[in-house]
Design a protein. Structure first.
Length: 408
């Protein structure tokens, strides 16, 4: 088939959450089909790095959009029913190029990743279309609204409501809609769209993110994630203020490494606290993870799958996650990872791992085994194939079989 794939962030290199899922979808589709990719870059540097996508598709359409232009388009949509985030991901030039490509090529299927770029092709007639929401972004904005103070909360709530309406309206224009988790599917099905829906999980490169033979530091905890992302900032500020002192009261030598690009000034200031290191961008996060006794993901705002949790589990690292963050991983709390929802619970869970090497080893081995059985890209893409076949009529069946069937 000839497939047009539209996504909101140029999917190479697949170095962050918004790029990993579409890259793996594109790479998989290109094994048997001719794939044309259309997406946006935010800088000349990102555009140059994106040239590495060439081996994974027939061709790509890339437009570079400056941040000031994107912010202007966001602002222009504030008084309108259109979500501002859709302005951020809109390029008139890319829209024209996509329309010309559709007219010239005669695609057999259009796949869109992320609702923010669905308007580029939502009204294209006569071609089967799949909208992979990934995460249901409207719910993230509404979660932001609950976490922030007035008047900022009002802006987030307005965007969440507008985006929720847009998700339902746009989803109805596609032939099939998909997302990343069972929880996201429940949200999607709540829209009662007149189209089929399914889900397939994110995977992880378990060969790259593998256990190491090197010794670890029994007093080291790590958090890994981009530090220009509000949920990561919020959870680390709260963790350092309320939870880390409880842990250090029981184990005074405990150290926390906050590993991730573009830390905000408030995150950088955490380095002044006893036992806290803020690294900023690093060439490879794995050495920091491998040297840790445990990783923590105490996010209070989390939608879909947190790749940081999958990667830690794949490396055989015990992970203590918030209950809401763990919902995005197909794993059993207590068996494959630990969960917590209050400072005392985080402290108890982390000290349990730090104090007991046997428990650390048990959780690490069980977590990696679960990733291999339930979050491999091969298994996820097999389910994605079922959805593609259902959309294009290549196979009959209910696309809501979108789950990885494995023993618990």
């Amino acid at each position: 088939m000839k497939i047009l794939f539209v996504c909101h962030r140029f999917p190479f290199p697949p170095s962050r959450g918004g790029k990993i899922r579409p890259f793996n979808m594109i790479r998989h589709l290109a094994e048997r089909h001719e794939v044309t990719v259309a997406s946006l870059a935010r800088s000349a540097e990102e555009a140059r790095a994106g040239e590495g996508l060439t081996p994974y598709c027939r061709r790509y359409l890339m437009e570079t959009v400056s941040t000031p232009a994107a912010i202007l388009r966001m602002t222009m949509r504030l008084p309108s029913p259109t979500p501002s985030s859709m302005g951020y991901f809109f390029s008139p030039t890319l829209a024209r190029r996509i329309r010309r490509e559709i007219d010239a090529v005669g695609f057999d299927l259009i796949v869109v990743h992320c609702s923010s770029v669905a308007p580029y092709v939502a009204d294209v007639p006569g071609i089967p279309k799949i909208l992979d929401f990934g995460d249901m972004d409207s719910q993230k904005w509404l979660a932001y609204a609950r976490a922030r103070r007035f008047p900022v909360s009002l802006g987030y709530r307005l965007e969440g409501v507008k985006l929720r309406r847009a998700e339902a309206r746009l989803g109805a224009k596609f032939d099939l809609c998909s997302c990343t988790t069972r929880a996201e599917l429940r949200t999607l099905e709540g829209y009662r769209l007149p189209v089929r829906a399914g889900w397939f999980p994110n995977g992880v490169d378990a060969e790259y993110f593998r256990p190491a033979d090197a010794p670890y530091d029994p007093d080291s905890i790590s958090f890994i994630g981009r530090m220009d992302y509000y949920p990561n900032q919020e959870c680390m500020l709260d963790f350092c203020r309320r939870t880390l002192p409880l842990i250090r009261a029981r184990r005074p030598g405990v150290r926390l490494s906050i590993v991730g690009a573009n830390p905000s000034p408030s995150i950088r200031r955490l380095a002044a606290l006893p036992g806290v290191t803020v690294t900023g961008s690093v060439p490879d996060v794995r050495p920091y993870a491998w040297s840790s006794a445990a990783t923590v993901a105490p996010l209070s705002i989390a939608r879909g799958t947190q790749n940081k949790i999958l990667e830690a589990m794949a490396m055989g690292l015990p992970t203590v996650a918030s209950t809401v963050a763990a919902e995005g991983v197909d794993a059993e709390p207590g068996r494959h990872l630990l969960t917590a929802s209050a400072p005392e619970e985080y402290a108890d869970a982390l000290c349990r791992v730090l104090d007991d090497p046997g428990e650390r080893r048990r959780l690490g081995e069980a977590g990696r085994a679960r990733v291999l059985s339930h979050h491999s890209w091969a298994a996820a893409m097999s389910t994605f194939d079922q959805l593609v076949d259902a959309c294009t009529g290549r196979r009959t069946g209910d696309p809501r079989v979108g789950r990885i069937k494995a023993s618990s």
